[in-house]
Design a binder for this molecule. Structure first.
Ligand SMILES: Nc1ncnc2c1ncn2[C@@H]1O[C@H](COP(=O)(O)OP(=O)(O)OP(=O)(O)O)[C@@H](O)[C@H]1O
Length: 259
């Protein structure tokens, strides 16, 4: 096991005509894009638009029914790819063990999989804690921490895997605006320091505007806009304007309308 900061080659991700169907339900249709090495790529879209399904397809947990996903030049759904490329997914809820200290949460995976000897694991965990300013939290259990700190612990735990590709599922959900901004800063800093390719599924407009290199907007499983955040958010289209700046109409509320 090397250092968390060691020079690693980051990797590109390419979706080529990706479609995902569950039975009769076509959830993703003809999605194509490429994420360059070391880029921050944001996937936005309303609830139910297929963001989580797309994320699971990108990381190879789901095999597309049409098209393909390449990580570098390897097929994402080929199990061999995941032996060659280190990918990590930061889950929405963090999925931390509350019975263990923060330190042991970070050390859990490399210990379980005997990836290194204990002193080496401890060194790497300490390095990840330091990168995310979590040293004081090392002996606490996750339940003692704020939501923002728990998200940072979940990210730190992914860093221990030395990922070349880091995927975040709603990293700023359920956080107040300041904590959400902190997490955006963490994602941008890690990209700067580790050059890790980062794909972020998010509803957070500020995150996309401030840290993405490029983004897509999904709706009903298809890409409705693609480009820089400025380009996407400035797209002249009723549905895109409605997504980014929904008007609150108490005379004619949405929940009483058809959609
Ligand atoms: N395993 C599955 N089998 C059948 N349908 C599924 C499955 N997983 C997801 N879906 C459907 O796919 C659609 C997209 O779901 P997905 O969770 O990707 O949306 P999302 O954009 O991530 O939503 P949210 O922002 O609310 O998390 C939904 O209609 C969902 O019901």
């Amino acid at each position: 096991m090397s250092s968390v900061r060691s020079e690693k080659k980051s990797i590109s991700v390419t979706a080529e005509g990706v479609g995902v169907r569950f039975g009769e339900a076509q959830v993703i249709s003809d999605v194509s894009f490429s994420v360059k090495e070391g880029e921050i790529f944001v996937i936005m879209g309303p609830s139910g638009s297929g963001k989580s399904v797309l994320l699971r397809t990108l990381i190879g947990l789901l095999k597309p029914t049409d098209g393909r996903v390449l990580i570098g030049d390897m097929d994402a759904s080929d199990p061999l790819t995941h032996h060659k490329v280190k990918t990590a997914l930061v889950f929405q809820a963090g999925a931390l063990f509350n019975s263990m200290s923060v330190f042991d949460n970070l050390a859990f995976y490399p210990r379980e999989h005997r990836l290194a000897k204990e002193p080496e694991i401890r060194e790497k965990v300490e390095e990840a804690l330091e990168m995310l300013s979590l040293k004081e939290a090392a002996d606490k259990i996750p339940a003692e921490l704020s939501g923002g700190m728990r998200k940072r612990v979940a990210i730190a735990r992914s860093l221990v895997m030395e990922p070349q590709l880091l995927l975040y599922d709603e990293p700023t959900s359920e956080l107040d605006p300041t904590m959400a901004a902190t997490i955006s800063e963490v994602i941008a800093t890690l990209r700067e320091e580790l050059n890790v390719t980062s794909i972020v599924v998010s509803h957070d407009r500020d995150l996309a505007a401030n840290i993405s290199d490029r983004m897509i907007l999904l709706k009903n499983g298809t890409i409705r806009a693609t480009g820089t955040a400025e380009e996407v958010m400035g797209t002249k289209s009723e549905e895109i304007e409605e997504f980014f700046r929904p008007e609150i109409d108490i005379e004619n509320p949405r929940f009483r309308r058809q959609n």
